[in-house]
Ligand binder design. Structure first.
Ligand code: PLP
Length: 951
């Protein structure tokens, strides 16, 4: 057996196990199972046209060869991206550690206290530095965070006097170019008019509801915005500020001058540049807006014993709930990167961050003084890390590039030079050398830093930050390593047991796919370097686009969106542009089946469309006649249908081709939500079912780890007629010939994370990919078979088969007083993370095993569910004191001298034999959600504070 074949490592079941499973299902072969699962008229006849699979060893050689083609210059381009130093203790113990990167979004709080604490640290850090009251646990990047600020302020504008119809949003000309482009994309469809100008000339008129400023400005200039903000406040114009997080250690916090929202990126807190991402965007605001904040917020609450515990707070604000009333569609965020940035602050602490900020500031002063000695004028009146130098730009550029240095060439006569924490005297002298060589002038050597703070008093920070104990404790590597380990141990991730989250596809994130991310040839490259410095990336990104074209059957791909939901928005904006190009500006109706994921209607509304919900029949399929009636009724204005395939009910609907042609016949385009692509790859594809565009969640189907809730990559793949409209970037041109403006800040979104999916496809090849899909379907149907006497499966295909996931109905247990959450919590005692709870049907769980799980693990999970089923049978509605309601059980409960429960300790913690060998202990008892929302605390104040407040 060729054990170097990656497919053998990625796919869980061994050949003899497959036979056992097929027998249990009652089919002769996998092909028969597929025949019974996927409708005939959409099954692919040919293999995917992809190169032969590489072994892991061959792939690692290949990717290193490509990495060597990237030229790693010193980049002082700035514009929101700075070279940063990832502390090795964070790189090794978090970025490279599956205990952190394979975790899911922390919905199951009792087995997620570790990353919840790390995210609370992150929120506290953001609040402290920005001077705001509340921060979320990350957005996708600075550009989209700014767009979220614009949208939030638009949403709440009616609360302010005289602002009912105001639709103008002022954008300072100091804004970063990519942020401006993202703002445009988001503003137009919802009727916001952007007015770009100099903030000093702004007239504060009543038709403006809000404004955004950049701090420091795009070329480094720092100005005192307090007068502007005061005037805006007087005129009920809400102000957002996009701020550089490191600069806030020395500059006055925007919260101090009374702004409403502060946004930015935390990239320079120890996150590799990665040619544009992934990085965590931050968003901080006032308490007053807590119900409108986009994204996830971590809050403090208590568990069943009254002990402090953390959880995701205020989930009722999420797009899942708001659907067509949503103002944001963010779902997957940048959790792993937020964890790392928060840990950077924990490790450096207040004094370390202050030192780094001061040193960066001194470095830029030192450079400015040196250049001044050579006769070059520095133009910014005040600056933090970026100087603007008057110089003949093209002449400098040639020399700089020959010396492997990049600057930001602002115009013919100016360059901006943005310094960072890696800059020492050597780097400063190298920059000075570029000027000397380019203009043939005397040679000077800088021997020491100028280290006085020359910032004017009115913009200097004089308030404290990062005073909490957590930022002032773990400063030796031993302490830090143990702190990270302590948190990791509280969290259940894929390195403990299967996480069968329906719709989320938690498959193997292979080590060989991940390894290249640690290589500086991939990590340390700025997104705005000239293309010829990023040859390795260009090859990988083009190859990946081509691979995704092949997999989807489409003609073009944009890798720019940073999540599935962002892909939805991108795809709908592309459809919108297509209709506009055809003169159909009125097409704005979007049909969405009632079972759709909440991000679908939220994205449609963001794209300026009106949502018309279509019915689902009792078998869980789209009600074709209802869809036809609605498509015909709206035929003059039909823009699109959004459809998930196989459906969120886990079924390959037979009528899919009829459905897509009804939409086409009535002038609409078909958007396919690709979250369930794991059931399609190699067997059918979106083009074949008649879709025009789809997003793919590379963090589901294509092996990017969930990272505890991000990063994600959500590329869109499109049919030929939509290719011209694929999104561009204002600094580095990407996309189609008639592109829409930017969807996210970086030209290729989270380019670094794209390496993972490239590795996945390259090491599996056509056969491995197709076999993966087949085994995903085999695994799901095997589980369905094993569980069927114990749990009712809702919805199946025509021949009784599930696709790659299935919905188990738990509603009948209500008679026994057992809710679906009780099952979810009890699974923790059995060492498992719950499947998806109450989506797409309330009171059910949706199980998706994926192809990576072996028969043994599937059986363990089935045994656990069957055992729980028996426990349910043994309970009665009258008796709340049972093993399900009290779940999960902690070690503290088990070892308490006082055991007063009506079942044994063994039944509580070791209900099945296999658990003896591999016990996972939830670190808190069941958390109190309602209490946490009533008493919202979202930063790490000393716990005693709020416990006292309650008393
Ligand atoms: C995961 C998912 C989404 C959203 O994707 P994100 O990457 O989290 O933004 C949309 N639709 C469905 C069906 C999903 O499962």
């Amino acid at each position: 057996m060729n054990t170097n074949l990656f497919q053998l490592r990625h796919i869980g079941p061994r050949d003899h196990e497959k036979d056992i499973m097929l027998k249990a299902i009652g089919v002769d072969s996998i092909d028969q199972l597929i025949y019974e699962t996927i409708p005939d008229d959409i099954r692919l006849q040919n293999e995917l046209d992809l190169p032969e699979a590489l072994s892991e060893y061959e792939y690692l050689q290949h990717i290193n060869e490509l990495g060597a083609k990237n030229k790693i210059f010193k980049s002082y381009i700035g514009l929101g991206y700075h070279e940063a130093i990832t502390p090795s203790v964070i790189q090794r113990n978090i970025l490279e550690n599956p205990g952190w990167y394979t975790a899911y979004t922390p919905y199951q709080a009792e087995i997620a206290q570790g990353r919840l604490e790390a995210l609370l640290n992150y929120q506290t850090m953001v609040c402290d530095l920005t001077g705001m009251e509340l921060a979320n646990a990350s957005l996708l990047d600075e550009g989209t965070a700014a767009a979220e600020a614009m949208a939030l302020l638009f949403d709440v504008r009616e609360r302010a006097k005289k602002k009912a119809g105001a639709n103008k949003f002022f954008v300072s000309e100091e804004i970063l170019p990519q942020t401006l482009s993202v703002l445009k994309t988001r503003a137009i469809p919802i009727g916001i008019e952007l007015v770009i100008g100099n903030h000093e000339k702004f007239d504060f008129s009543d038709d403006f509801y809000g404004a955004i400023l950049q701090y420091p400005g795009k070329n480094g200039s720092v100005v005192d915005y307090s007068t502007f903000v005061a005037k805006a406040n007087e005129n009920n114009i809400k102000v957002a500020v996009a701020a550089d997080i490191l600069s806030l250690a020395v500059l006055k916090a925007p919260g101090e001058f009374g702004v409403d929202v502060v946004v930015g990126t935390t990239q320079r807190f120890g996150i590799p540049l990665g040619y544009g991402g992934p990085h965590a965007g931050y968003f901080a605001t006032k308490e007053a807006y807590k119900r409108s904040i986009p994204g996830r917020i971590i809050g403090v609450t208590k568990d069943k014993d009254g002990e402090p515990a953390l959880r995701m707070a205020l989930q009722t604000r999420e797009q899942h709930i708001k659907r067509e009333r949503a103002t944001s569609n963010i779902c997957t965020a940048q959790v792993l990167l937020a964890v790392m940035a928060g840990m950077y602050a924990v490790y450096h602490g207040k004094e370390g961050i202050q030192f780094i900020a001061n040193r960066v500031h001194s470095a830029s002063q030192t450079l400015a003084a040196a250049l001044n000695r050579l006769g070059f004028k520095q133009k910014n009146t005040a600056y933090f890390d970026t100087i603007l130098v008057e110089v003949e730009a093209e002449k400098l550029r040639a020399t700089a590039e020959a010396n492997q240095v990049n600057f930001n060439y602002v115009d013919k006569n100016h360059v901006a030079i943005s310094l960072n924490e890696t800059v020492g005297l050597k780097e400063i002298n190298a920059i000075v050398d570029c000027f000397e060589q380019a203009f043939n002038i005397q040679d000077i050597t800088i021997t020491e830093f100028i280290s006085e703070n020359i910032l004017p008093e009115n913009i200097k920070r004089n308030t404290s930050f990062l005073d909490h104990e957590v930022f002032n404790t773990y400063h030796s590597e031993t302490d830090m390593m143990r702190y990270i380990k302590k948190l990791e141990r509280k969290d259940l991730a894929l390195n403990h047991s299967m996480i069968s989250l329906g719709s989320c596809t938690m498959k193997l994130n292979a080590a060989s796919e991940m390894l290249p991310l640690s290589n500086p040839q991939w990590g340390n490259i700025h997104p705005f370097v000239p293309l010829n410095q990023a040859e390795g990336y260009q090859i990988v990104l083009k190859n990946l686009e081509q691979q995704l074209n092949v997999v989807t059957g489409f003609a073009g791909t944009s890798l720019q969106p940073n999540s599935g939901a962002q892909g939805e928005f991108a795809g709908l904006m592309v459809i919108r542009a297509y209709h506009e190009a055809n003169g159909d500006t009125h097409r704005n109706i979007c049909l969405i089946p009632s079972s759709a994921h909440g991000t679908n209607p939220a994205s449609a509304v963001m794209a300026g469309m009106k949502v018309v919900v279509t019915k689902t029949d009792e078998k869980g399929n789209i009600d074709v006649e209802d869809l036809r009636a609605k498509a015909e009724l709206h035929k003059d204005n039909l823009a699109a249908l959004m459809v998930t395939y196989p459906s969120t009910h886990g079924v390959f609907e037979k009528a899919i081709k009829e459905i897509t042609s009804i939409v086409h016949d009535n002038g609409g385009q078909v958007y396919m939500d690709g979250a369930n692509m794991n059931a399609q790859v190699g067997l059918t594809n979106p083009a074949t079912i008649g879709a025009d565009v789809c997003h793919l969640n590379l963090h589901k189907t294509f092996a990017i780890p969930h990272g505890g809730g991000g990063p994600g990559v959500g590329p869109i793949c499109v049919a030929p007629q939509l290719v011209p409209f694929l999104p561009t970037n204002p600094v580095i041109t990407t996309g189609g010939g008639n592109p829409i403006t930017a969807i996210s800040a970086a030209p290729w979104g989270s380019a670094l994370a794209c390496l993972i999916s490239y590795g996945y496809i390259t090491m599996l090849g056509s056969k491995g990919l197709t076999d993966s899909t087949k085994i995903a379907i085999l695994n799901a149907n095997y589980m369905k078979e094993r569980l069927q006497q114990h749990f009712q499966t809702l919805y199946t295909g025509e021949m009784g088969r599930a696709a790659h996931e299935m919905i188990l109905d738990c509603r009948e247990f209500k008679q026994k007083g057992i809710e679906v959450v009780d099952i979810a919590k009890r699974l923790m005692d059995y060492g498992f993370h719950a499947p998806t709870v109450s989506f797409p049907v309330a009171g059910t769980i949706m199980v998706e095993p994926t192809e990576s799980e072996s028969l043994v693990e599937l059986d363990r999970f089935c045994d656990a569910l069957i055992s729980i089923r028996k426990e349910i049978d043994a309970t009665s509605k009258e008796d709340e004191n049972n093993v399900l309601k009290n779940a999960p059980h902690t070690l503290a409960m088990l070892t308490n001298d006082d055991w007063s429960f009506p079942y044994s300790r063994q039944e509580a913690a070791y209900p099945l034999e296999y658990i003896m060998d591999n016990k996972f202990w939830p670190s808190v008892r069941r958390v109190d959600d309602a209490y946490g929302d009533r008493n919202l605390i979202c930063s790490c104040n000393p716990i005693e504070d709020y416990m006292e407040a309650e008393a």
